[in-house]
Write a protein that binds this ligand. Sequence first.
Ligand code: AMP
Length: 362
Amino acid sequence: MKIGVLGAGQLGRMLAIAAYPLGHQMAFTANSKDAPAAPLGRTFVNNNKHDAIKQLTNASEVITYESENTDVEIVKEINKTTDVYPGAKSLFTTQHRGREKAIFVKLGIPCAPYQMVNSLRDLEVAVEKIGLPAILKTATEGYDGKGQFVIRTKNQIEKAWQSMSGVEAILEGFVNFKRELSLIAVRGLDNSHKYYPLVENTHHNGILRLTISPAENISAKVQKQAEHYMQTLLDEMGHVGVLTIELFETSNGLVVNEMAPRVHNSGHWSIEGARTSQFENHVRAITNSPLGETDCLQQYCAMINIIGKHGPVNKVLELSNTHLHLYGKTERKGRKLGHITITANTLNEFKTTLSALEAFMP
Ligand code: AMP
């Protein structure tokens, strides 16, 4: 099929790399011709947003997007002539933290207590209800920890509100978690579901640095619980394609933090680590093809992000059980430039390889 992607970053690039062996063609909208996905398909540069989207729609039989910040009205408009997956309901829900929390509550999925905040007065009331510490986040457009303020004492309330620059915000109770996990799943047009194993994520300065797959010591019961939460969300939103949920592991069980209606950085390991990658499964789902198996090919797998500087990438190529992915971006502080996948069959081999790649860790 001819697949169009709104956006042309590394996610679009990896979707294309997965789509070509299946015989599909790719097209993108991009902010510039230098975008990571641009070399992999027809690219319509967004200097006139409306024209680029029209060109993409004309060139595509099905459309998907890279970011939950995609304009819902654009998706609805395109959907009048060309199918867009995931649909507007998934996008509308996941691009606003309040709507996300409301759906978690509706479906009985544990999440942090929360209050929407539109003024300093609202924030004062919310702090009274939720207690401290708490975390204030912008309701929309936050990513990689941006637009967040941890409030520990009451005298920080005013500063916290000021840091939101007047935009709608959400106050969340602080979750005392042991680990951060994520679950990636895919739902097909025929309502089939596949789930990847829960993975463990480590962040630094709000940016994902390391994913371990599968997460250590996850019981079958906990995996099933996470899959149950995921299934209810997929079905409620009529989601088609990959959906990611980020969770906290606490002493009282799993607490869901947020979700993304797309392939996710914490699923990049699946390119070499799983029987079918998240990218291929997203492509399969939106093209109405059978979904692929999601089991792990080796016992231990990890993904290390390359952030800001490329570093000693030849070192990665010298190792026998690693794979290097570079996105064709220039170096910039905090920018995701690529990632490394490590696969191993023994814990010893796994640990030795992780240590050999220390230079890439913060
Ligand atoms: P988010 O943008 O919601 O993924 O938040 C970024 C990071 O802040 C998460 O990865 C957590 O480490 C932390 N965080 C977010 N929400 C909470 C919360 N309610 N309680 C404790 N930590 C949180």
